[in-house]
Design a protein around this ligand. Structure first.
Ligand code: SF4
Ligand code: SF4
Length: 338
């Protein structure tokens, strides 16, 4: 698979990356052996860039995968491992980086990011970013940056000298893109606290092009809008893979068939009418457990959750992009995949 340098770093990354979220307990829930085997299959097919996160709770799976790679005669340098943390201050980020290193059995991380930075949060989380800079200076992390669904955050990152890479949401319909900038379509989200509206694909494209121009590595996620664009699989995937500013498109995959589909698409062997079977399972609120606290509503960047007439949370599947933030935020684990 083609590789490019991740912005101004010396990290060579495959055009497609493997999003590990889809393998974990809130998604496919594969065993360690099954998950490691699938990631290894992706690696053997040419993917070298693997993305996880502190909250995905998948470091044991990543460790099993990395051990498998090393025990089969490959070198650590053949892998690019990315993780990220929702840490809001320096102390939390220091602990998050050490946790990732320890639990994955690594001496260094290739990429570590501030996870899910929303409009107005860059200042609030400056302590966490300082910890990332220190980790890079000490050799614990090779490249640092942020992940976001917000085009204004990506735009701001373009002018931040210490940001090496930006991992942003982008898809052909602009599903899930948000912005803190005024004007344009969309309403502020209830309970969100920061002025924020639905953004557009064009706004995110402009922000990521500016990141690329500034020498940042650019990664994108949610090519299929959490499954909502699966019916337009080929168009949706071709769109993200032909953006000239993108180094790597991270694709969440949970079967060898999905890896094969992706490789077929990249090799131009896929029928333009192809529609994958993505299984049909979705995150839903179990009303037997929901206590109506609203934490999921605040966590949902896409405005996909609101209270129903019974005072309990409901997910609008047409707006949901399957990011999993709500399930993580729910104190009683009422948000489950069924
Ligand atoms: S409902 Fe949950 S999974 Fe869907 S977009 Fe909102 S936070 Fe993400
Ligand atoms: S966070 Fe959980 S308990 Fe609270 S409203 Fe949402 S689903 Fe219900």
């Amino acid at each position: 698979m083609n590789k490019t340098l991740l912005g101004n770093t010396e990290i060579s990354v495959s055009r497609a990356g493997f999003g590990v979220l889809a393998l974990g307990q809130n998604h496919k829930d594969l065993s360690l052996e099954e998950g490691a085997e699938l990631l290894f299959y992706g690696f053997m097919r040419g993917i070298n860039f693997f993305d996880t996160a502190q909250y995905y709770d998948e470091y044991p799976l990543m460790r099993a995968f990395i051990d498998k790679v090393l025990s089969s005669g490959h070198e650590r340098e053949e892998l690019v491992i990315c993780s990220k943390s929702l840490a809001s201050d320096r102390e939390e980020m220091v602990a998050a980086i050490d946790e990732a290193l320890c639990k994955m059995g690594l001496e260094y991380l290739d990429v570590f990011l501030m996870h899910e930075v929303r409009s107005g949060q860059l200042q609030m989380r400056s302590g966490a970013f300082e910890a990332l800079k220190e980790a890079k200076a000490s050799g614990k992390v090779r490249a640092i940056g942020l992940s976001t669904h917000h085009s204004d955050v990506a735009s701001e990152a373009a002018s931040m000298e210490d940001i090496d890479c930006v991992f942003a949401l982008l898809n052909i319909e602009g599903l899930g893109i948000r912005t803190g900038e005024e004007g344009g379509p969309g309403e502020s989200l209830p309970g969100y606290g920061v002025s924020d509206r639905a953004g557009t694909r064009e706004e995110m494209e402009a922000a990521l092009a500016a990141c690329h121009e500034a020498g940042k590595g650019v990664l994108t996620m949610k090519a299929l809008g959490g499954g909502n664009l699966a019916a337009s699989y080929v168009d949706a995937m071709n769109y993200v893979f032909t953006r000239p500013f993108t180094n790597t498109v991270m694709v969440g995959m949970s079967s060898a068939k999905e890896v094969d589909d992706l490789l077929d698409l990249l090799d131009g062997r896929m029928d333009s009418c192809y529609v994958p079977d993505i299984g049909g399972k979705a995150l839903r609120v179990n009303h037997d457990d929901c206590v109506g606290c609203g934490e999921c509503i605040k966590a949902c960047v896409s405005g996909a959750i609101d209270y129903g007439s019974d005072g309990l949370a409901e997910i609008d599947q047409e707006l949901c992009i399957d990011c999993g933030y709500c399930a993580y935020a729910c104190p009683v684990r009422a948000i489950i995949r069924v």
